[in-house]
Design a protein around this ligand. Structure first.
Ligand SMILES: Nc1ncnc2c1ncn2[C@@H]1O[C@H](COP(=O)(O)OP(=O)(O)OP(=O)(O)O)[C@@H](O)[C@H]1O
Ligand SMILES: [Mg+2]
Length: 386
């Protein structure tokens, strides 16, 4: 039986005024965790609270105004919420908190982190934590819009390298400023020339970072460990990717700078770069494009990507990721779910799973120790025996 990889796991978690939870605390032992309960009981809210250990919008990409607890029939708005985590990292145990505390009722404060009593920047926290998840809505990443796919990959890359996120934010800001001046027909040649050079440099750096990341994932997915998961191949394509093909980055930067200048002089506002890149995904060895795959095949593509990302996190970060599986049984049949769990045991530390039926998880006990919690109307109780 595989023991829980104790390198990186939660020992305790306390939610205060978060989503449907007024106050709840869970103490955990050396086991993976199952949260079961009926629809609407608070399972995803709980996993979302864990996901906020990582900076960002959490596993539902939520708006921040949705985080504070809203009492039924209570129209008053409370902004404050907090989550306290006791996290074991290797031999050390750390107290981490995140949340929002408004100084006065009128001020809107942003989310902050405390690590062992001291405030810490998000980028420093993201270096310390390793986390991966799968949720039912992530199916849209395979059959939804290009921008959903780009955002999904950019989030994964940023978790490994926070400067990727900074570059994306800076590029968006500069592109917006450039478009504004173009719309106003302002002809400031030297300003445009500096900004377009900067846009080109940022764009190429972002695209190269994406390509390096994807090449690594592609390598893992081209030779899956388990026969339950298909070969999956992924590659970025686009105008800039063409320029980069076999050429140095400086060549692509110059090409893009020249392209932006020509478009501007032609009064055409079209733009190339990271927001135009297309991620191509194939089921099998460059066999079937993902958009032509069946629902089941698309689900196994998603699972393959999540597994490969766990593997990458395990290789690149200090610790294997904490893995959150929200209704993962909805993505997979029984045998696939067992294979997915067994594979995840190799590349993850603590695994958290949710479901409406606790007996679905019983079979996993032949591979690992599980502890069960039942959630009813946001009340959590530990199950001693199934
Ligand atoms: N900010 C909030 N304050 C109070 N309640 C909230 C807040 N946000 C969401 N809820 C409620 O929390 C409840 C539990 O939601 P959650 O998504 O965790 O359910 P779930 O157990 O995952 O259900 P399902 O099995 O359907 O996915 C829902 O009734 C939801 O409307
Ligand atoms: Mg849910």
């Amino acid at each position: 039986m595989t023991k829980l990889n104790q390198q990186h796991s939660l020992l305790k978690i306390k939610l205060l005024n978060f989503r449907s939870y007024k106050e709840v605390e869970l103490s955990l032992c050396n086991k993976h965790v199952v949260l079961c309960g009926p629809n609407g009981s608070g399972k995803t809210n709980f996993l979302e609270a864990i996901s906020l250990l990582m900076p960002g919008k959490g596993l539902r990409s939520s708006k921040k105004e949705h985080f504070p607890y809203i009492e039924d029939h209570d129209q008053s708005i409370h902004n404050d919420w907090a989550i306290h985590y006791t996290l074991k990292r290797g031999e050390n145990v750390h107290e981490i908190s995140t949340g929002v505390q408004s100084l006065t009722t009128n001020t809107k404060s942003s989310r902050r982190y405390k690590f062992d009593g001291n405030f810490l920047k998000s980028k420093d926290i993201s270096q310390l934590i390793s986390m991966n998840w799968i949720t039912p809505t992530m199916h849209n990443i395979i059959n939804g819009s290009e921008s959903l796919r780009r955002n999904f990959f950019d989030r994964m890359i940023s978790a490994l390298n926070p400067s990727h996120k900074n570059r994306l934010n800076k590029l968006e800001k500069l592109s917006r400023e450039r478009t504004k001046l173009l719309e106003k027909n302002i002809k400031d040649e030297s300003w445009f020339s500096i900004v377009e050079q900067e846009i080109s440099q940022l764009s190429i750096a972002i695209i190269v970072e994406r390509q390096n990341f994807t090449a690594k994932l592609d390598e893992f997915m081209a030779s899956p460990n388990s026969s339950f998961f298909p070969k999956v191949r992924i590659i970025w394509s686009g105008m800039v990717e063409e320029w980069l093909n076999g050429k140095p980055a400086i060549y692509a930067e110059e090409k893009m700078g020249a392209y932006l200048e020509k478009e501007r002089l032609d009064r055409s506002f079209s733009i190339c770069g990271p927001s135009n890149s297309v991620l191509k995904i194939w089921f099998g060895d460059f066999g079937k494009p993902s958009e032509l795959c069946s629902t089941g095949q698309q689900k196994s593509i998603l699972v393959s990507i999540v597994l490969a990302y766990s593997k990458l996190l395990k290789n690149k970060k200090e610790f294997s990721p904490i893995l959150l599986l929200d209704e993962a049984t909805a993505h997979l049949d029984e045998e696939q779910f067992q294979a997915f769990f067994d594979e995840s045991l190799i590349n993850s530390s603590q695994i958290w799973m949710t479901g409406t039926d606790k007996y679905i998880f019983k079979k996993l006990e032949k591979s690992a120790n599980l502890q069960y919690f039942v959630i009813n109307d946001s009340n959590v109780t530990q199950l001693v025996d199934l």
